[in-house]
Write a protein that binds this ligand. Structure first.
Ligand SMILES: Cc1cc2nc3c(=O)[nH]c(=O)nc-3n(C[C@H](O)[C@H](O)[C@H](O)COP(=O)(O)O)c2cc1C
Length: 374
């Protein structure tokens, strides 16, 4: 198989929803890869709570409205979206399938879904951009950035993303250190030889600080590199691309980000992979939407598995949603075809949810579609 022709996998019979792919991926991936693609931090309470919070919201349908001419289109950062579903940045996708991020990118483009490529992608960012930019039906192509300890390297990486044609930067700010991910520690998770963060090749290894007695390897070494608000301004100064912050959960942080003039926010707890027991995103979203108002693009991810979840997210103030694990589980199961299938399934379910709540367009999706307990 050539690196530019994704292998067409086959969808297992009876696969009808996103969670079905999780069961397939679990059966196909080895223990090492499953710990990485299936797990979360700590007791995985936030990972589960993300799901439970969407489930706990109940819909309050309206009937007999005309739905003729309805659609799922909207505008985000000045660009038309066919539907409000994007693929979240997920690292090391060649660990899930040989086609890796390329398979994902072709599938996203074919389904008009936005794609956010991880800094820790296992394929060169330029290859992904070249593969999908010519597709007129593709969704937005964004690059997710982790600030590196070497600012010059980070700047060069941003320039590469700009030159390759990425349309926005998604700066992830909720992972200054890794979460305590027990599943990965139990299997002693390792990246297999030949799979790595190829876009970080050439980055000098960080020289650990010499610690004095009583100093902490965490606070006096690792976290001295962690991004702070001043780094947002630094980033704004070196790029012409819009910057979205990924990993906002607190309304005060959202206000501060808006004051700095960022182009958008992604309400996220990293799919429950960083701080366990952090608030589920469905709880944080409405507070943040209220804090920043309607003029700042707002996305949300974490536990979105159903079209009704997409509808609920938009009702709570999001302009669009991202999914993470479901599409990587589909990639592991059936390559690009699986990823395309997941996007189509979620979009179909979303259209059904719109129709059955009496919403013809995204503008009709307001908090009124959520049942309010008297
Ligand atoms: C295996 C895995 C790797 C991830 N890698 C990244 C990453 O490189 N950068 C990032 O910003 N988020 C990363 N995330 C978080 C996702 O972008 C997203 O926030 C999360 O998966 C959404 O939750 P969901 O998986 O429940 O849909 C990763 C998530 C998973 C599951």
């Amino acid at each position: 198989m050539s690196a530019t022709t994704p292998e067409l996998g086959s969808i297992p019979p009876g696969t009808v929803n996103l969670s079905d792919y999780t069961a397939h991926a679990r059966a196909r991936l080895d223990a090492n890869a499953w710990a990485y693609f299936g797990g979360g931090a700590g007791d995985e309470l936030t990972m589960q709570a993300n799901r439970d919070a969407w489930d706990a919201l109940r819909l309050h349908p309206r009937v007999l409205r005309s739905l003729t001419g309805g659609h799922t289109r909207s505008t985000l950062l000045g660009r038309m979206l066919e539907h409000p579903i994007l693929l979240a940045p997920v690292a090391f996708q060649r660990l899930a399938h040989a086609d890796g991020e390329l398979g994902t990118a072709y599938a996203a483009a074919a389904q008009g879904a936005g794609l956010v490529l991880s800094t820790q992608a296992s394929m060169p960012l330029e290859h992904i951009a070249q593969a999908v930019l010519p597709d007129p039906g593709r969704g937005p192509l964004w690059f997710q950035l982790y600030l590196q300890h070497d600012k010059g390297f980070t700047q060069a990486l941003v320039q590469r993303a700009e030159q390759a044609g990425y349309e926005a930067l998604v700066l992830t700010i909720d992972a200054p250190c890794s979460g305590a991910r027990d599943r990965e520690r139990r299997v002693d998770f390792q990246l297999p030889a030949g799979i790595g963060a190829v876009n970080l090749a050439g980055l000098s290894s960080r020289v650990p600080a010499t610690l004095q007695a009583g100093q902490s390897a965490m606070f006096d070494d690792l976290l001295t590199m962690a991004p702070t608000w001043s780094d947002i301004e630094w980033l704004q100064g070196i790029t012409r691309l819009p910057i979205l912050l990924k990993g906002i959960l607190h309304e005060d942080d959202a206000r501060q980000a808006r004051a700095l003039g960022v182009s958008g926010l992604i309400v996220s707890n990293h799919g429950g992979r960083t701080l366990d027991t952090a608030v589920p995103t469905a709880w944080a979203l409405p507070r943040i939407a209220q804090a920043v108002g309607h003029d700042l693009p707002l996305l949300v991810d974490g536990g979105i598995r159903r079209g009704t979840d997409v509808l609920k997210a938009l009702a709570l103030g999001a302009d669009a949603v991202m999914i993470g694990r479901p599409y990587v589980h589909a990639l592991a199961t059936a390559g690009a075809l699986g990823v395309a299938h997941v996007i189509r399934l979620l979009r179909d379910e979303f259209e059904i949810a719109m129709a059955l709540t009496g919403c013809a367009t995204l503008a009709d999706i307001t908090p009124a579609v959520l049942f309010q307990q008297p």
